[in-house]
Design a protein around this ligand. Structure first.
Ligand SMILES: [Zn+2]
Ligand SMILES: [Zn+2]
Length: 339
C-alpha cells in the first residue's frame, strides 16, 4: 500500500526547500502510516536546511493526521485514530523514558534522520532513499512513522490546532506557559516591535525592545527587581548570558533555544553560590508527550491555551517554499500547511 505523496524536501544545505512527489512505503513492524491533515512550519525545519543534516531529507515534525495503516505488532493504534507526530522518539524502555524524561530518550538520537531501525520508508521517484527529519518527515501528504514518534489525541480536537501542540512558536508558548502557571509579571524581550506586539497578545504585560536599550540587563533588573525565571528562546550565547544576568536571588535561567554548537558564554560563577541561581537547559520544553499533549489539548479546550491566535497564515503543500520565506522574514507567529 505504497502512497505517492507531495512533500517538502531539503535537497541541498543552504538552498530553498523544494516540493516534489515522493513514494511512502507501507508500515513495517511497530510502525504506522498517517494521512496528514496539517503540519506546522518551524524554525527547526529551517535549521535542518542549514546545518550538516544529511540531505535529501523530508522536512516536517509538527504534523497531525489520521492513521490509515498499521504495521505488525502495533496494538495501541488503529486505522481512523487521530494522532500528532512527536519530534522526539520515545522507546519507553531506556532509563530516561523509565524515569519520566522521554525527551532525553536514548533512541531519539538514533531516530534523528531515519526511523529507529536505521532505515527509511521514503524514496524519490528515481528510487533513491530520502531521510526524514527527526524520525517524522510529516511535511508531506503521507508519512510512515514508528509508533514511538506518535501520540494519539482526542478526535474532537481540530487537527490544525493539534499540529501546534507538538512544538509551535517557542517564545510565545513560553509566555503562555508563564501565564498559565500564574506568573506575577511577564516581560517579553525581543529586537522586533512586531514580535513584541504579538507577545502582548499572548500574555506579556511588559515588553522591552533590547535594541533600544544601552544595557538591557540593567533595564530588566530595574523593571523586575530580579526575575524568578528567565527563558532563553533565541539560541545565542549572548542571550543566555542576558537571561542569567537578569535573575534575582534563587532565580532560574532556562535555555530553550538551540545555540550554534561553537557558541559559548561566561557567567560570574560566585553568583551561583551566593545567589543560589540555576542555569539549566530544557529540551522539547521538558515535555512528556504522552502525558502533556492531552493536557495541553485540555487547556486549549478550556480556553486557557491560545492556539488559534498562533496561526497567522495557512499554506498549501505547493506553497511550502513561500511558508519558509515568510518564516525567515519573521512575518508569522506560525505558518501551517494544510493538505
Ligand atoms: Zn527511551
Ligand atoms: Zn518545531
Amino acid at each position: 500500500m505504497e502512497q505517492k505523496s507531495k512533500a517538502a524536501v531539503c535537497r541541498e544545505i543552504g538552498k530553498p526547500v523544494v516540493v516534489e512527489e515522493i513514494l511512502v512505503e507501507a508500515p513495517r513492524r511497530g510502525e504506522l502510516m498517517i494521512k496528514l491533515s496539517t503540519c506546522g512550519v518551524c524554525h527547526s525545519d529551517l535549521s535542518a536546511t542549514n546545518i550538516p543534516f544529511p540531505p535529501p531529507v523530508v522536512l516536517g515534525h509538527e504534523g497531525a493526521g489520521v492513521v490509515v495503516a498499521v504495521g505488525e505488532g502495533v496494538s495501541d493504534y488503529a486505522v481512523g485514530d487521530h494522532v500528532v507526530s512527536s519530534f522526539i522518539s520515545m522507546c519507553d524502555k531506556c532509563r530516561y523514558c523509565q524515569t519520566g524524561r522521554p525527551q532525553l530518550c536514548d533512541q531519539a538520537a538514533r531516530a534523528a534522520a531515519p526511523l529507529p531501525d536505521g532505515t527509511v520508508r521514503t524514496r524519490d521517484l528515481a528510487g533513491n532513499p530520502l531521510s526524514v527529519f527527526s524520525g517524522c518527515g510529516v511535511m508531506a501528504e503521507y508519512a510512515t512513522l514508528h509508533a514511538d514518534n506518535v501520540v494519539k489525541i482526542d478526535q474532537q480536537m481540530p487537527l490544525d490546532r493539534a499540529a501546534l501542540i507538538g512544538c509551535g512558536g517557542v517564545g510565545l508558548s513560553a509566555i503562555q506557559g508563564c501565564h498559565i502557571a500564574g506568573a506575577r509579571m511577564i516581560v517579553a524581550v525581543d529586537t522586533s516591535d512586531a514580535k513584541l506586539e504579538m507577545a502582548r497578545q499572548f500574555g506579556a504585560a511588559h515588553t522591552l525592545n533590547s535594541r533600544n536599550e544601552e544595557n538591557p540587563a540593567k533595564a530588566l533588573l530595574k523593571l523586575t527587581g530580579g526575575a524568578d525565571f528567565a527563558f532563553e528562546c533565541e539560541g545565542s550565547g549572548e542571550v543566555v548570558a542576558l537571561a542569567y544576568g537578569v535573575l534575582g536571588k534563587g532565580g532560574t535561567a532556562v535555555v530553550v533555544g538551540v545555540t550554534n554548537p561553537k557558541d559559548t558564554t561566561s557567567i560570574r560563577t560566585a553568583s551561583l553560590t551566593f545567589g543560589e541561581k540555576t542555569l539549566t537547559g530544557s529540551y522539547f520544553g521538558w515535555a512528556r508527550p504522552r502525558q502533556d499533549f492531552p493536557r495541553l489539548i485540555g487547556l486549549y479546550r478550556a480556553g486557557r491555551l491560545k492556539l488559534d491566535e498562533l496561526i497567522t497564515r495557512t499554506y498549501s503543500i505547493d506553497e511550502a517554499p513561500q511558508a519558509f520565506e515568510d518564516m525567515q522574514a519573521g512575518c508569522n507567529a506560525r505558518g501551517v500547511i494544510f493538505f
